[in-house]
Design a binder for this molecule. Structure first.
Ligand code: 4AD
Ligand code: MG
Length: 499
């Protein structure tokens, strides 16, 4: 019996007979040869079927895109081949002949692809992203495990809000109102008083009524919580964790990132210590003439680029009216599709920019930073940047007030560079029972639901704090993706719950 192997391992079987199983990613014939591009869970490779192998050749004729099959053959090393090896097929056995596959090579719209997410996952790009997501999660968990943290699984069904009543998903709990968890934090604080260094990692739910490229209604968050910790301890931990993620992904996925079109150099630029500004300094930056001039110059450059793309598109459309060789026509049509997409995106961006520039100049001290402001600020740095000490009104009830300035809290947001914006939010927690009660009442929350949480301030209260890292936004940044919808296998967004 031939040895069953995986495509990623083919190179170690040069000259030997092996068996592969997988799916047809492409199939074409050229006279007395058929080429089956086979994909398995580890990669893809070209399998060559010669007409002389009559049974295999006949079976290969029946293959359609995404049919599943098993085949045996001899491994031949070839530097030029995808994955460095090819298979010369001796036997080919279809397992299932696929119906006409809905996803073809032509460009599909995002809505179509999202509707076929269950199939879209098979595409090379999605496979790469899912693997990198896996590595990021593994890196985070290894980091905390290595630092002596204990994993605590916090409940998904909760009696009340933790991150504001505006984004709660309600559910009926045997006749009582309950909600899906917006965070595991409050429970982690309790566990931190038992084990000092703890973290949770799980799904979190927020009924975000905004359609942005950064918001999901169901996302995965890793949250560390530490007893005896102050703001500086938290920024140091967030820095180390972020570096651990980047180092791991660069070590294991450099080629994958390049294949995704990621500019790996900008990830390599990330260095400790990350810049750190207070919220007030960030607002001054938004108001500064320097930023204003920079944004204006970027807008002018983008308008020029838009003009060039439009000219190129018009030129190509003219050319396509004339007869031309098929390959030339295909190439021109591909470029037309690419340009149209670029132009469409740039038009929206250029149109919105004057408003963003005006909004930045007039940004009011007291508001939470929004996506547009975060983009502007994070664009000024190569490394992630910490923004600390936000106005109390802009942030959650549990954040500790600054002893130096009662208008602000001891919190941190970490904004990823290249315009990715907030990927971490955290704070030192209010450890004084009276101050906390005041905040609970001011937020019109029901104190009876929080007695257990107040107990943590009754029995050996200590300075403590933590933060939450959004996995999807992190994957988006590391992979250089435009939208979080591709960072999770089955995204839940406002207006999307299928499949
Ligand atoms: O800043 P947030 O709301 O902080 C908390 O939930 C705290 N309880 C965490 C803590 O201190 N333990 O959320 C933390 C991170 C954000 O920075 C972002 O990366 C991610 O969670 N996040 C979202 N990701 C995708 N879609 C959404 N709707 C998200 N909301 C927050
Ligand atoms: Mg936040």
């Amino acid at each position: 019996m031939e040895k069953k192997v995986k495509i990623s391992d083919l190179k170690n079987h040069a000259g030997r007979e092996v068996a592969l199983r997988g799916w047809v990613q492409g199939v074409r014939s050229s006279g007395k040869l058929m080429f089956v591009l086979l994909r398995d869970g580890t990669g893809a490779c070209q399998c060559i079927v010669e007409a002389a192998e009559e049974a295999a050749f006949a079976a290969a004729q029946s293959l359609t895109l995404e049919s599943s099959l098993e085949l045996t053959g001899t491994v031949r090393l070839d530097e030029r081949a995808q994955g460095g090896a090819e298979l010369t097929v001796a036997e080919l056995k279809p397992i299932h002949i696929a119906e006409e596959y809905p996803i073809s090579r032509k460009a599909h719209g995002v809505d179509f692809l999202m509707h076929h997410r269950h199939l879209w996952l098979r595409s090379q790009r999605q496979r790469l992203i899912l693997r990198i997501r896996h590595t990021i999660i593994k890196a985070v968990r290894d980091f905390f495990d290595g630092e002596g943290f204990t994993l605590i699984d916090t409940p998904i069904i909760t009696p009340d809000a933790a991150e504001g009543a505006g984004t709660l998903f309600g559910l009926d709990y045997f006749g009582e109102q309950a909600y899906l968890a917006q965070t595991g934090q409050l429970y982690l604080e309790s566990a931190a008083m038992a084990l000092e260094k703890v973290y949770c990692f799980g799904p979190t739910f927020r009924a975000e009524k905004s359609k942005t490229r950064r918001h999901l209604t169901e996302f995965w968050m890793v949250e560390p919580e530490l007893a005896f910790a102050e703001l500086d301890d938290l920024t140091a931990l967030a820095e180390d964790m972020t570096m651990a993620i980047i180092e791991r992904v660069l070590a294991q996925h450099r080629a994958d990132l390049l294949e995704l079109g990621r500019d790996v150099g900008s990830l390599e630029l990330v260095r400790k210590p990350f810049p750190r500004l207070t919220y007030s300094a960030a607002v001054d930056l938004l108001h500064s003439q320097e930023i204003h001039d920079k944004l204006r110059a970027e807008l002018a450059a983008d308008e020029r680029r838009l003009g060039e793309w439009r000219a190129e598109l018009a030129e190509l459309r003219e050319q396509l009216k004339q007869p031309m060789k098929k390959w030339k026509q295909n190439k021109a049509e591909e470029r037309v599709a690419e340009l149209s997409e670029l132009i469409r995106k740039m038009e929206v961006s250029v149109e919105n920019r004057p408003q963003h520039i005006a909004d930045a100049a007039e940004f009011e001290w007291v508001r939470d930073l929004g996506g547009d402001e975060e983009t502007i600020i994070s664009n000024q740095f190569d490394s992630p940047v910490f923004i600390t000490e936000y106005p109390r009104e802009a942030k959650a009830f549990y954040m500790k007030r600054s002893p130096d300035d009662p208008r602000v809290v001891l919190n941190l947001d970490m904004l990823a560079p290249e315009g990715y914006g907030e990927i971490i939010g955290g704070s030192q927690r209010e450890d004084d029972i009276d101050a906390l009660l005041q905040r609970i009442e001011a937020e019109k929350m029901d104190p009876s639901n929080y007695q257990w949480y107040l107990d943590l301030r009754r029995y050996g209260s200590v300075p403590h704090g933590g933060f939450g890292l959004g996995i999807e936004r992190t994957v988006s940044w590391i992979c250089g993706l435009h939208h979080v919808r591709e960072t999770i296998p089955f995204p839940r967004l406002m207006g999307r719950i299928y499949p």
